[in-house]
Structures are given as structure tokens and as C-alpha cells.
Design a protein around this ligand. Structure first.
Ligand code: ATP
Length: 483
């Protein structure tokens, strides 16, 4: 039946006329029309669109990569996928445009370009859609503003609590570092306050009004580090990074970039970082143009960087570049004179956060805390104070309140007491899919390691014999809540 109708009608002709009238209709009802070739270069544009875009005429756009004229354009995606994007909203010059993009194919089906239509003057009928979009844009802009405010550091150097001579000296060095605008290297065990001091140095520097941006290198998978640092240029990738993305160096422009756990950086990224530090310019992935940036780097590590250099795991030239102004943060056990002031400060913080009355320490508790080794330093001290406070209603925390907390944190991974063998036949063990049992065991081991290290991920990863990046990933996978 179908064939006989098709035979009596000129189907190809109808389709051709249909396409032509459709295109005429689009062209007529849309203010902006353009075409790109198979390389995403602008091949044609109507006069009205060119003037809307602030160009002298369409000639100014011809032959250019489409993103050069329309940075948010998705025309390249249509060319690459061969799939149309029938209804989309794109912001150009702060104005919403309703756009439609269709691929152009030759007789063999090969994509030879794409056509785009934009509607911006006559949007009345799409008003609800556009106003919803504008609301979302507004909410996004507000969130971005809040994020920028959060990036302005809330700490000062005096937030680093410490009255021991060694702490006073390191705060003095930090104040000098703030004035000098050079690269700073913070060296110290985990939890000694490196990040806190980095915030303080930024806040005391001439860059205080600009962003403070931190990146924990150990927590980022090696394959993503470069794009995190240097960004991705538009069109370099499909998918989420299609529009391009700024890297941390760009986001920190004018301010400070805090590179936490710099010792965990893979060698090939070290080479690139060295270049950026020397040239102060970045090259986003997929781009061949460089952009100038003005960033002060504060790096931190809990590793012995010199040792890593000797082992060939850290570039010596990068080490010297970072080590311009080293500041060593001694472990807590070596500055016991800070303990009282720190406990006072941390107990006050805990009381404010939990809304519970502020606790005090009895002399026996002070003596116990002073004799403890503190492998997790101030972070572990804060967690111990918080835990002890949760276990008693008493306003004064005594040595007894800490006994279990501290001894368990230093103990090796707790081996469960062997269960007493039941008389007679052993009950049958429940059999579950292997993957389920393994996942549960993994989750339990990670929780135990985090509990015993009071949330110290560096130590926990070491105990578990996995890298920190793997631990961070597994914490996300298993939805484990930790500090
Ligand atoms: N001297 C200090 N005064 C007040 N609080 C401190 C001090 N040192 C550390 N802290 C607190 O202890 C916690 C851990 O500090 P921070 O994250 O700065 O340590 P870190 O050395 O950067 O640790 P890591 O190497 O594990 O990243 C934070 O909550 C921080 O505010």
C-alpha cells in the first residue's frame, strides 16, 4: 500500500520542498541564522545575527572557529555527533536566546556541517521557559558570588593558636612570608595546621582581597590533575567539559593557590607545574594558546621532600623552586607548651558548634594529654576532646574520659576477639554473593581505620596500605561520613 502511494507521488520532491520551506520558515521566524562546516568553522551567517553579536558584518565571523564568536556554542557538538539539538537556551551578551541546531549531511550520510537558528526578539510565546531559565541563571550567579566570598579566607595568622617559642617563631616567619609574595613551602606532619597557616598567610598578604583556592593533590586522581590545574579549552572534549572549564590557576588569578600534599604529585605534572611557576602562564588542555596568570603558590606536604628527591620521586628543580621560604610546623608532641592554649581554644570551638556548655580539663587529663604522642596532631586533639565530651555529662574532663579514646587511637588495627567455639556442630555460615561480602569487608576496614585515626585520612590510608586518592574515592563510593 505504502509503495503504491510512494510510486504515484514524487516523495523526494516533496521532501526537498518540505525541507526548503522549513528552512525558509526558520530563517524567516528566527532572527539569527548561521552555518558551520565540518570543522566547526563559521561558513555563513545572516546580517541580523552578525549585528546582534556586535560584529561589523558576517565577513568578520567567516572562517573562524565558532567558539571564537559564540563562546557557549554547541554547534561543534552537533557536527561531531551528527545529532540535532532542537530546543536550547543560550546566553549571549546577557540575553537569553532560544536556539535550534541541526546537522547537515551529504547523500552518504556524512556530516558536512550544521545549521543554527536563534530567536531573541520574538520570545513572547516562550516566556515561561525563558523566565524559568533567567531565574535559574540568577540563582547560579548568587551561588557563585557566595562561593567567591567563601574563597576569601576567614582565618588570620593569629587563628593559629600557639604560645610556645617555636609557635611564636613560626607565626613570625608566616607574617614575613605574607609580605614577601614569594612561594612558601609548609612542612609538617598531618594535622599540624599547614592549611590553617596558608589561609593566614594569604589573609595577611596584599592578595587578601583576591581568591584563596586550595587543591588537595592526594585526593585528585592523577589523570585529572592537569585539567584541575590548568583547565580545559572549549571544544577540547565532548561531555561535561564540552564548554571548557577554568583550572585552579585561573580561578586563583590575582590571589593564592594552596597546593596541599604537593609531594604526591606525579612526575609529569611536576614538570608542567614547574613551567607555570617559572613563566606564570598556563596552557589549558586542548588549547595551544597560553594565558598569563598572577598566582602566589603556597605548597604544603607531610612527606620528607628531600627524601623524595633522593628517591627520584620528586624533581629537584621543582623542590628548589618551592623551597624559597620553608616554614616547618613541628609536631604537637614537640610543643607541649601549646597544649593548654590549644585545648582552651578547641573546647570553646566545640561548645559553640554543638551548643553544649564549654568543658574544662582536670589536671590529670592535662598530664595525660601532655604525655600522649599525637600522631594526628591538632586534628586528633580536637577529635579526642570532642569524643571525650560526648561520653560524659561532667563539665570537667578527666584522664579517665580520655583513656579509651587515646589508647585505641594508637593501637594496631583491632583484631576481633576470637569467638569461643560452640560445642558440637558449627552453625552454617550465611552465603552471599562474593562482591557483596567483599564490599562490606572493605567498608568496615575503612571505617575502622578512620575511627582509629580520628578521621585522619593520611594515616588511615597508610594503615590500609592504599593511596590517599584511592581512600578518598572509596569513602565516596561507600558513602562513609567522616571529617
Ligand atoms: N595551631 C592551631 N590552632 C588552632 N587550630 C589548629 C591549629 N593547628 C591545627 N588546627 C586545626 O586542626 C585541624 C587540622 O589542621 P590543618 O588542616 O590546617 O592541618 P594540615 O597540616 O593542613 O593537615 P593535613 O596535612 O592532613 O592536610 C583544623 O581543624 C585546624 O583548624
Amino acid at each position: 500500500m505504502k509503495t503504491s502511494i510512494a510510486a504515484s507521488w514524487d516523495v523526494d520532491g516533496i521532501l526537498r520542498v518540505g525541507m526548503e520551506s522549513l528552512l525558509d520558515l526558520f530563517d524567516d521566524s528566527c532572527e539569527g541564522t548561521m552555518a558551520v562546516d565540518d570543522h566547526g568553522r563559521i561558513a555563513w551567517m545572516n546580517e541580523k545575527y552578525a549585528s546582534f553579536l556586535g560584529l561589523k558584518g558576517p565577513e568578520e565571523a567567516l572562517g573562524k572557529a565558532v567558539e571564537e564568536i559564540l563562546p557557549n556554542s554547541r554547534m561543534r557538538e552537533v557536527v561531531q555527533t551528527g545529532k540535532p539539538i532542537l530546543l536550547d537556551i543560550m546566553m549571549i551578551r546577557d540575553q537569553p536566546l532560544v536556539v535550534m541546531r541541526i546537522p547537515l549531511k551529504d547523500d552518504s550520510g556524512k556530516v558536512i556541517g550544521a545549521l543554527g537558528f536563534a530567536l531573541y526578539d520574538r520570545l513572547q510565546r516562550l516566556k515561561p521557559l525563558v523566565s524559568k531559565f533567567s531565574e535559574l541563571q540568577w540563582a547560579l550567579a548568587n551561588t557563585q558570588k557566595e562561593l567567591a566570598q567563601l574563597r576569601h579566607t576567614k582565618y588570620s595568622i593569629s587563628s593559629f593558636v600557639g604560645v610556645s617559642p617555636v609557635s611564636l617563631e613560626l607565626k613570625h616567619r608566616a607574617r614575613r612570608a605574607a609580605q614577601l609574595d614569594t612561594t612558601v613551602l609548609l612542612l609538617g606532619e598531618t594535622g599540624t595546621g599547614k592549611e590553617l597557616l596558608a589561609h593566614g598567610i594569604h589573609a595577611a598578604s596584599g592578595r587578601a582581597g583576591r581568591p584563596f583556592v586550595g587543591i588537595n593533590i592526594a585526593a585528585v586522581p592523577d589523570t585529572l590533575l592537569e585539567s584541575e590545574f590548568f583547565g580545559v579549552s572549549p571544544g577540547a572534549y565532548t561531555g561535561a567539559d564540552r564548554k571548557g572549564r577554568d583550572g585552579k590557576f585561573k580561578i586563583a588569578d590575582g590571589g593564592t593557590l594552596f597546593l596541599d600534599e604537593v609531594g604526591d604529585m606525579p612526575l609529569q605534572v611536576q614538570a608542567k607545574l614547574l613551567r607555570v611557576l617559572q613563566e606564570q602562564e598556563i596552557e589549558p588542555l586542548g588549547s595551544n594558546t597560553v594565558t598569563k596568570v598572577d598566582v602566589r603558590v603556597i605548597a604544603a606536604t607531610s612527606h620528607d621532600l628531600k627524601q623524595l628527591v633522593a628517591e627520584g620521586k620528586f624533581r629537584s628543580d621543582l623542590y628548589y623552586r618551592l623551597n624559597v621560604l620553608p616554614i616547618v610546623l613541628p609536631p604537637l608532641r614537640d610543643r607541649v607548651a601549646d597544649l593548654d592554649a590549644l585545648c582552651e581554644h578547641l573546647l570553646e570551638q566545640i561548645a559553640t558548634r554543638t551548643g553544649m556548655p564549654q568543658r574544662e580539663l582536670t589536671p590529670s587529663a592535662r598530664a595525660l594529654l601532655a604525655s600522649y604522642n599525637w600522631p594526628g596532631n591538632v586534628r586528633e586533639l580536637r577529635n579526642a576532646l570532642e569524643q571525650a565530651g560526648m561520653l560524659t555529662d561532667s563539665l570537667a574532663l578527666s584522664a579517665e574520659d580520655f583513656a579509651n579514646i587515646l589508647s585505641s587511637s594508637d593501637a594496631p588495627a583491632a583484631a576481633a576477639e576470637p569467638a569461643l567455639k560452640p560445642e558440637g556442630k558449627a552453625p552454617l555460615e550465611e552465603v552471599r554473593p562474593l562482591a557483596e561480602s567483599i564490599a562490606e569487608l572493605e567498608r568496615k576496614s575503612i571505617k575502622a581505620a578512620l575511627d582509629q585515626t580520628h578521621g585522619n585520612k593520611a594515616l588511615a590510608a597508610r594503615m590500609l596500605g592504599i593511596s590517599r586518592a584511592t581512600l578518598y574515592q572509596k569513602i565516596v563510593d561507600h558513602k562513609i561520613v567522616s571529617d
